[in-house]
Design a protein around this ligand. Structure first.
Ligand code: GLN
Length: 194
């Protein structure tokens, strides 16, 4: 299995290290041809407005959208979650998300006074809490049919997904805990065309 990490901007190196430490082959994804070489994709944290703009500049939007429609498993963390959402609140006007998962996200939703924080959170199916790092994190304000919620903080959804898409408000790649990366690796490609 080859995992691709979108390497246009943001925290992609830590994701690559997290997968490598699980013994998985991992590639940087920068140009359309790279998407052909991978079995699943990660869109990392960073700045969603910049990632969204660079997707278009690098001609990456349509190859990624094609992979989404073919059911390739995709994992978005923080800015990556925003990029994968159907709708973005408090976004920039020219910010066009991929609409891969039927969620509405609000950017920077924990407010300036709590810019960044760490919290041990309960996750559905995990025996022990997961140490989570939130950095100017978005939250999921609403979900559509077929989206399952796996974790909340202060009643706000911070981890959810479908059969082939997983999105986190926080940065699992910055914790020394591979369980969410393993959860992503266990997801099957979705058979249905979207
Ligand atoms: N607030 C950032 C954004 O919009 C996300 C921050 C992050 O990825 N750590 O895109």
């Amino acid at each position: 299995m080859k995992v691709g990490v979108l390497a246009l901007q943001g925290a992609y190196v830590s994701h690559m290290e997290a997968f490598s430490s699980l013994g998985v082959e991992v590639l940087e994804v920068r140009i359309p041809e790279d998407v052909e070489k991978i079995d699943r994709l990660v869109i990392p944290g960073g700045e969603s407005t910049t990632i969204s703009m660079l997707l278009d500049w690098n001609g990456m939007r349509s190859p990624i959208q094609k992979s989404i429609s073919e059911g390739m498993p995709i994992f978005g963390t923080c800015a990556g979650m925003i990029v994968l959402a159907r709708e973005v609140l408090d976004g920039r006007e020219d910010q066009a998300p991929l609409g891969a998962i039927d969620i509405t996200v609000r950017r920077n939703a924990f407010g300036r006074q709590v810019d960044s924080f760490e919290s041990d959170i309960e996750i559905v199916g995990f025996e022990h809490p997961f140490p989570s790092v939130f950095i100017r994190a978005p939250v999921v304000e609403s979900i559509g049919e077929g989206v399952e919620v796996y974790a909340k903080v202060d009643e706000k959804i911070v981890l959810c997904g479908t059969d082939s898409i997983l999105v986190a408000s926080f940065h699992p790649e910055l914790s020394n805990d591979g369980r969410i990366h393993e959860m992503f690796l266990s997801m099957e490609p979705s058979g249905a065309q979207r």
